[in-house]
Design a protein around this ligand. Structure first.
Ligand code: NAD
Length: 518
């Protein structure tokens, strides 16, 4: 029987250019080799069905850009400009101010060489709004099992390569979650924290205007991801359905909507809830519970904060949180409800960061990785857990809330060090699972309670996670909850590979039974 080391032998050919996509597909090829995946099916899955790249242009608002202390000196005698409508001044996370509506209209505006002083005392340069062009993407990876499905990301660092990797992950994830969808992903290259609310609305509407010919409630269904939320989904929904005769029938064009406009109860927390169901099942198999366990968390956005809230309510202790702006630590445990209020409800916390939280001390990102805990929960971006970090971490379990947080090299180190892993394609599948429930409710014009949603979600997550663990151990069995017999391959494999085996066997069945049209 091959050793764990041998399980990791397959790597991209040395001459092949290494990209995020080739890295992400390494596990696909490894699992494909193990199950003897048919060559034609492999080719169908090896590259996305469609890769769309396009631009959206939007006219930005006028901005006030703060001057440095030094640059302010020549304007020491500049009179204060009276603000007519303070609500029209929108402060951004980078200190710039967007001018909305009639904020500065009138005769009380004193501008000198393009500069003005606000009542706060600060001097700002007035920068007229220009037209800006943003690069947008939608990768549709595979639809063998159903309509393309995947999130919309607004982030500075996105690329076609990244969206290809994320879209493929969705193909595997929807198969593992057993929801009748394929995989897709897309978004826009922009940092949403640098744009005003109305600018983001304009970008989103324009994005959907261009996307409309590519997607549909039975064709490709977007959802929130990093940098987007239910507000963005509401705009996308409106733009897609505006003027349609039977627009209510198209509610399922996006998921992750607000419950008041056709969203599902439990969707906002679904990904975090799914992460916790997996962690709970992992410990219950060892006759242990979440109570008393410690965890560290990277990312305090949708997935990170929901996971922390639920784990905290179950008696786990959050020791450290790292996000895009810094890291906090409290060895006695961070008070999660206070941290949630500090990050998400404090209007002064424009960056929505954990940094500066009064109930913890600041530590470096380097130290964050070395905090000893039972669980590390990466819930931010991909590629964060590198081989170097994997050598240092002092945890027993990594639960991948984020997509692709662990590099292939780090996987090898974790296996060598005996650190357990709940792979992303099962761990964070709660989001797409409840997205499916939302889509079904929209189709049937129904509304399910949160208890009903979570009951179904718990069953789906634990059932499929148990199949994956059986495949990993090579112990085929049938219980009241699950049947792993069709998926086990007669030998043990690492958990990430086991998850991929499950995905590929479910996807391959479609090609095997339906055949190929000519
Ligand atoms: P989000 O935008 O709500 O939050 C992202 C968080 O990551 C923020 O706290 C941000 O500060 C932090 N972050 C960003 N860059 C960072 C960096 N360089 N270092 C440390 N922290 C950083 O996003 P989200 O929806 O919570 O998604 C987080 C992850 O979970 C992503 O990988 C996403 O693809 C994945 N995911 C999300 C969902 C969902 O339903 N939202 C579902 C499945 C998977």
């Amino acid at each position: 029987m091959p050793t764990t080391e041998e399980n990791f032998m397959r790597a991209p050919a040395p001459t092949a250019k290494r990209t995020l996509y080739t890295d992400a597909m390494e596990i696909f090829h490894r699992a494909g080799d193990l199950i003897g995946l048919d060559k034609r099916i492999r080719l169908e899955l090896e590259q996305p069905d469609y890769e769309h790249m396009f631009y959206v242009t939007v006219k930005l608002r006028d901005r006030l850009v703060p001057l440095s202390e030094e640059a302010t000196k020549p304007f020491s005698d500049l009179p204060v400009t009276k603000v007519r409508d303070p609500a029209g001044l929108e402060l951004l996370a980078d200190g710039k101010i967007i001018l909305n509506g009639r904020a500065l209209l009138g005769s009380d505006v004193v501008i000198r060489s393009g500069h003005l002083r606000l009542p706060s005392g600060g001097v700002y340069q007035l920068v007229p709004g220009e037209n800006e062009r943003f690069k947008a993407y939608r990768v549709q990876h595979n639809q063998a099992r159903g309509p393309y499905k995947g999130g919309i990301r607004y982030h500075r660092e996105v690329s076609l390569d990244l969206f290809k990797a994320l879209a493929a992950e969705m193909t595997w994830k929807t198969a593992i979650a057993e929801v009748p969808f394929g995989g897709a992903k897309g978004g826009i290259q922009l940092d949403p924290r640098q744009y005003g609310r109305e600018e983001l609305q304009a970008v989103t509407l324009r994005f959907m205007y261009k996307l409309k010919s590519l997607i549909g409630p039975n064709l490709d269904i977007p959802a929130p991801d990093v940098g987007t939320n239910s507000e963005i989904m509401a705009l996308m929904y409106r733009q897609f359905t505006d003027g349609e005769r039977e627009r209510h029938k198209m509610r399922g064009i996006v998921t992750g909507k607000d419950v008041r406009i056709g969203g599902s109860e439990g969707r906002t927390k679904a990904t975090g809830q799914g992460v916790v169901y997996c962690i709970e099942d992992y410990f219950s198999e060892k006759s242990e519970s979440i109570r008393g366990k410690t965890f560290t968390l990277q990312g305090f956005g949708n997935v990170g904060s929901a996971s922390a809230e639920i784990l905290g309510s179950m008696g786990a202790r959050l020791l450290a949180v790292n996000d895009a702006d810094g890291t906090i630590y409290n060895g006695d445990g961070v008070d999660v409800p206070s941290l949630l209020a500090y990050v998400h409800e404090n209007p002064k916390n424009l960056k929505r960061s954990v940094l500066g939280f009064p109930g913890a001390q600041t530590i470096s990102k380097k130290d964050f990785w070395e905090v000893p805990a039972d669980i590390l929960l990466p819930a931010a971006l991909g590629g964060e857990v590198t081989a170097e970090i994997a050598e240092k971490i002092k945890v027993k379990l990594i639960a991948e809330g984020a997509n692709g947080p662990t590099t292939p090299e780090a996987d090898r180190v974790l296996a060598k060090r005996g650190i357990d892993l709940i792979p992303d394609i099962i761990c964070n599948a709660g989001g797409v699972t409840v997205s499916y429930y939302e889509w079904i409710q929209n189709k049937r014009m129904e509304r399910w309670s949160e208890a009903e949603v979570n009951k179904k979600l718990e069953h789906a997550m634990k059932r499929n996670y148990r199949i994956i663990r059986d495949v990993a151990r090579g112990t085929a069995r049938k219980t009241e909850m699950h049947d792993s017999r069709p998926f086990c391959i007669g030998r043990p494999v690492d958990t990430r590979c086991a998850a991929m085996v499950l995905a590929l066997k479910r996807i391959a069945a479609h090609y095997q039974l339906e055949g190929f049209s000519q």
